[in-house]
Design a protein around this ligand. Structure first.
Ligand SMILES: C[S@@+](CC[C@H](N)C(=O)[O-])C[C@H]1O[C@@H](n2cnc3c(N)ncnc32)[C@H](O)[C@@H]1O
Length: 274
């Protein structure tokens, strides 16, 4: 999408960022129905299918607004919630073509570019694509990655294009965020004998019923915030139930269990039948 195509709401984002940030509000209460104007028509069709969404009651929708209204705040969170290092080591090495769906600001993409000669990072949210492009421009091998707009259910790639098709913390069984149509698209884009991988999956039974096998890597995992101050600030927004515990600990490093979320230590995968 070019700048001219950006929704008007995104062009007026900076004032609203100030309002949300100053409020320091938790994600669930951060945005209002008026903020849905930040979504393009195509995004609204997927994320607000009945047209009556309210981010106060739909935290998934609040995340979508975060990506568009405060993308740098999202990037700060994703940068400290690091993946288990064995996830990346486990993925196939030295492949020619990789497709990543829901690439965000590149938590995984920045690792993939050392493994694939050609990486396509598909990401619907324009502000996240901009941050990812900025990071790639400064990175060795960044030119191997093409960042494109797209959605799980309509990937802008030919049949059997990739050796590895992957999504990290992005795919869910819900139709707006993947679902059966999205999984079928990921498999369509994967070559026979290639790999489809869902990293940090939720709904393991749903994936197992579709032939996906599960791998989890052990060991303690923590979120390493830049400072104690940042730990408290981000906990108040993203893990509000854990904010008191984070304050009491008085440390910048906080185990995932304290935050009350599953650590990013697992994946589900399928080798596409030949
Ligand atoms: C929690 S973020 C994860 C981003 C990145 N993969 C990471 O690990 O940091 C979820 C991502 O999925 C993207 N997303 C949401 N719905 C999508 C859809 N229908 N198709 C493709 N991507 C989608 C969002 O824009 C966002 O970038």
């Amino acid at each position: 999408m070019t700048k001219a195509e950006a929704p008007a709401a995104i062009q007026g984002v900076s004032e609203r960022i100030g309002a949300h940030a100053a409020a320091g509000r938790e994600l669930r209460k951060r945005y209002t129905v008026a903020d849905l104007a930040a979504l393009t028509r195509e995004e609204a069709r997927r994320f607000v299918p009945r047209g009556d969404g309210d981010p106060h009651h739909d935290v998934v929708l609040a995340w979508e607004l975060l990506y568009r209204l405060e993308p740098e705040l999202y990037d700060r969170l994703a940068s400290v919630e690091r993946l288990h290092p064995e996830i990346v080591s486990w993925l196939p090495r030295q492949v020619d073509r990789i497709a990543e769906v829901g690439a965000g600001t590149g938590r995984l993409t920045m690792e993939l570019m050392a493994r694939g000669q050609h990486v396509v990072a598909v990401e619907p949210a324009l502000p996240l694509r901009r941050i990812l492009r900025r990071k790639l421009a400064a990175a060795e091998h960044g030119d191997r990655v093409r960042v494109v707009r797209g959605f799980f259910d309509q990937l802008p790639l030919p049949d059997e294009w990739a050796d590895l098709v992957v999504a990290c913390s992005a795919f869910t069984p819900a139709p707006g965020h993947g679902g059966d149509a999205g999984l079928a698209e990921m498999e369509r884009v994967c070559r026979p004998g290639g790999w489809v991988a869902i990293i940090w999956p939720n709904h393991l039974d749903w994936l197992a019923a579709r032939g996906y096998r599960y791998v989890s890597f052990p060991g303690p995992m923590s979120v390493e915030f830049a400072s104690y101050h940042e730990a408290v600030e981000l906990a108040e927004i993203f893990y509000p139930k854990a904010a008191d515990a984070v304050r009491r600990r008085g440390e910048r490093k906080v185990p995932f269990e304290v935050l009350g979320i599953n650590p990013p230590r697992d994946l589900a995968f399928k080798v596409r039948a030949g």
